[in-house]
Design a protein around this ligand. Structure first.
Ligand code: NAP
Length: 301
């Protein structure tokens, strides 16, 4: 663990999980945290996963690692408030789900000479807030670092060690490539889930049918994704517009191909398509990124 004092700006799911993982593995490390609302600060104080401060200045002024853990659209203001209070020798990082726009924003504000190492832990749940965190969130999951040519190699190395020490596997990637990959694996699936749940909601209003009571597993899986934090997802689509539109374009083409196959009763096309997609699920399990247990290991129906 290359850091002695970690400051967390934002105290939601990701920040609280970082703090809990640190506390469990490195009890000697000082962890300070700040959240803009008194309500969240109170909750975090009650749970007790870090020293909660009432100002950004007090939270960051002695830290050797500052991690920005707020929605992507709020990173600019958060960095602007923290900038004058950063200690000499500090490394700044983030956990934002979009990387290119965050890098552009932070690089215009961060004081000269302070390294910024952009990071994105590919781990999360649909829950938010300080109560949602848990210490094993990052175990075996990937954390993608997207350093630029301006990022000092030594700082990137330290942030890599930090995430590895929390149980994550670390991969370095170009920021634009990250944004495209995550569009496929996370952003588009969420948008499709938001749409499907929106359609079902509209359908149930129009037909008065009981979508909620009789929801089947497929729809319930969509509702889990569609229950994710609205602000976080608003910011992801606004800040990753090009990649999101590119993937949605491809998605629409595939949807039309499937629609046409259904209309033509093309059994061969449909079966081969579904066999191919079934293999994707198997490969995710083989890569250790999900459980082979039935119903994602959840209890009940
Ligand atoms: P969260 O649980 O909703 O917590 C958000 C935190 O940001 C809270 O402390 C909140 O403060 C603060 N915040 C919200 N709006 C703000 C604003 N306008 N200005 C300043 N602070 C603001 O969020 P999270 O899930 O931990 O996500 C944090 C970051 O991690 C996001 O950038 C997200 O893209 C990224 N991420 C999320 C996941 C996931 O699955 N959730 C996974 C990987 C990365 P108050 O509560 O005091 O308002």
């Amino acid at each position: 663990m290359p850091f002695k004092h970690v400051a967390l700006l934002g105290l939601g799911l990701i920040a609280s999980s970082i703090a809990l993982a640190l506390r469990e593995r490195f009890p000697e490390i000082k962890i300070t945290g700040f959240s803009r609302s008194e309500k969240t600060r109170k909750k975090a104080k009650k749970i007790g996963f870090c020293q909660v401060h009432d100002t950004v200045a007090n939270c960051v002024s002695e830290a050797d690692l500052v991690i920005i853990c707020v929605p992507v659209g709020a990173m600019k203001d958060t960095m602007r408030i923290a900038a004058p209070h950063l200690a000499k020798g500090v490394v700044v990082s983030d956990v934002g789900s979009v990387k290119s726009s965050v890098i552009k924003t932070i690089n215009t504000i961060i004081p000269k000479g302070i390294p910024f190492v952009p990071a994105h832990p590919i781990a999360g749940t649909e829950n938010s807030g300080p109560e949602a965190g848990f210490s094993t969130l990052f175990n075996g999951r990937w954390c993608i670092l997207t350093p630029t040519t301006q990022t000092p190699i030594e700082a990137t190395k330290k942030v890599k060690e930090f995430w590895e020490s929390l149980g994550a596997q670390v991969k370095e990637m170009d920021a634009n490539h990250h944004d495209l990959v995550l569009s496929v694996t996370s952003h588009a699936p969420h948008l499709i889930a938001f749409t499907m749940v929106g359609v079902a909601d509209e359908f149930s209003k129009v037909t008065k049918s009981e979508v909620i009571n009789y929801s089947a597993a497929g729809f319930r899986d969509f509702t889990r994704l569609a229950a994710s934090d609205p602000i976080m997802w608003r910011d992801i689509f606004i800040n990753n517009k090009d990649a999101a539109l590119e993937i949605l374009g491809r998605f629409t083409e595939e949807l039309f191909a499937l629609q046409s196959a259904i209309r033509r009763k093309d059994s061969k096309f449909l079966q081969e398509y579904f066999e191919r997609t079934r293999k994707v699920r198997r490969s995710i399990i083989e890569a250790g990124q999900d459980t082979p247990k039935e119903n994602f290991g959840r209890e009940g129906r």
